[in-house]
Design a protein around this ligand. Structure first.
Ligand code: C2O
Ligand code: CU
Length: 456
């Protein structure tokens, strides 16, 4: 009897599928899966054991997804973990229902279940995807990958390298991830930092290159809390995009390139080093420069350097927000260790499992920080009244920083705010939906620094 029912259900399900295929034509094949599952990865140097991670499709980082601008990305998320999860497509100006924020835009996908993501990618550039259910733990365990949206006319480079910068907190003996993801020290201070820093899932990445070769480097900070301060040696060039969005013109690369958690930068560089090596170096806590990515130079791509690159083609919908018409909002960031919150306030907060507040509130709750009408121009001032920097990220829409002289900076989706400072951003609320606004130091987000806005 049971068998019969099973068979019947299978047949009925099969018929359903046939009917659907008939209605939608042959295009209605199941989307490509993206599977969250356990995997082993050689993060630590050879000789150390492999590390058990949570991965997309068994690789660390997850597979590099590449989609032409304007196309529709379709993935069937399959959850083979034993906890619920969901996928967020960071920086995509996306349809709200596809944003992947468990508890706000969808229910978390239970173990063994699936969720079909399907959305148009309007903007070319460097983006990434990561878990957005208990992200503090899930991203640290490995659930992230690069999402590259390709320009119809790609810039003329010899090679395109995606470099996902990350760090891992490993037990030095076993090379396994330190499993306490909610240590109060991490939550109340700078967040969870790794003791092993690396790129594309390895502690030390080496890239081979030819002299005078032109590379497009897409740097993504996928770390939970680490702010990367980088410098280039033996590579010279320009930065051409920030957080996916093209700059109006290529700009010289700053001597020290700061990449906060979740931020991206696209560089076009020529290999100019005289020796056999070039590198991207990272400033360590010891104030020394350490190799983050080594470039081994052999051979020559051409005798001389090429001409300066043209700007990347602009994305649609990049017009600056009209500040004169904008509504002014203020969001005070408070709490954390060594902050100015009173002992009583702090103790009250900690009783709810939090250490931080945004606009006086810990966690997203049921009511939005602001209700905006579609198309409304907004100025949002972050007042960082804490002892730590915070990387504030808005979902669904990019913004520009309002600079000290009142002009507008480049379009971004994550702004690094500094302790004791104010930073104002401006954006046009042109994407309807419920959009999370949170610190991308993921321990902070979990301990109160999450809020949201409602655009209708
Ligand atoms: Cu990278 Cu709430 O996201
Ligand atoms: Cu923070």
């Amino acid at each position: 009897m049971q068998n019969f029912q099973l068979t019947r259900r299978a047949v009925l399900a099969g018929m359903g599928a046939t009917a659907l295929t008939a209605r939608m034509g042959n295009a209605a094949t199941a989307p490509t899966p993206l599977t969250a599952q356990r995997a082993m990865a050689q993060i630590a140097p050879e000789g150390y054991p492999q590390t058990e991670v949570w991965s997309y499709d068994g690789t660390l980082p997850g597979p590099q997804l590449r989609v032409p601008q304007g196309a529709s990305l379709q993935r069937r998320f399959v959850n083979k973990l034993d906890v619920p999860s969901s996928v967020h497509w960071h920086g995509i100006r996306i349809d709200n229902a596809m944003d992947g924020v468990a508890g706000l835009t969808q229910d978390a996908v239970p173990p063994g279940q699936t969720f079909d993501y399907e959305f148009v990618v309007p903007d070319a550039g460097t983006y990434w995807y990561h878990a957005h259910t208990n992200s503090m733990e899930q991203v640290a365990r490995g659930l992230s990958g690069a999402l590259i949206i390709e320009e119809p006319d790609a810039p003329d480079v010899d090679r395109d390298e995606v470099l996902l910068l990350d760090d891992w907190l490993l037990d030095p003996d076993t090379a396994q991830l330190e499993p306490d993801f909610t240590h109060p020290m991490d939550l109340s201070h700078g967040g969870r930092f790794g003791n092993l820093v690396g790129t594309n899932g390895h502690y030390a990445l080496t890239v081979t290159a030819k002299r005078h070769e032109r590379l497009r480097l897409r740097l993504i900070n996928a770390a939970n809390a680490r702010i990367f301060v980088l410098r280039l040696t033996g590579l010279s060039g320009w930065q051409v995009a920030l957080d996916g969005m093209p700059l109006p013109a290529p700009e010289p690369i700053p001597e020290e390139l700061v990449l906060a958690p979740a931020q991206r930068v696209d560089l076009i560089v020529d290999v100019t080093g005289d020796g056999a090596q070039a590198a991207i170096e990272r400033l360590g806590n010891d104030e020394q420069w350490h190799s983050q990515i080594a470039f081994e130079i052999s051979g020559e791509a051409s005798r001389t350097r090429r001409d300066a690159p043209a700007p990347l083609p602009p994305n649609p919908n990049m017009a600056p927000t009209d500040l004169t018409q904008a509504r002014l909002l203020e969001m005070k960031i408070e709490g954390g260790a060594m902050g100015r919150m009173s002992r009583n306030q702090m103790q009250g907060l900690m009783q709810s499992g939090n250490f931080w507040t945004l606009a006086g509130k810990a966690g997203p709750g049921d009511t939005p920080f602001a209700r905006l009408s579609k198309g409304e121009p907004v100025r949002l001032r972050f007042v960082n009244d804490t002892a730590f920097p915070h990387a504030m990220h808005l979902h669904g829409m990019h913004f520009r920083e309002v600079l000290e002289d009142g002009s507008l900076g480049p379009m971004r989706d994550t702004v690094l705010t500094f302790a004791g400072r104010s930073h104002e951003i401006a954006f046009t609320a042109d994407n309807p939906g419920k959009w999370l606004l949170h610190c991308h130091m993921l321990a902070h987000a979990a301990a109160g620094m999450s809020s949201w806005i409602d655009v209708t």
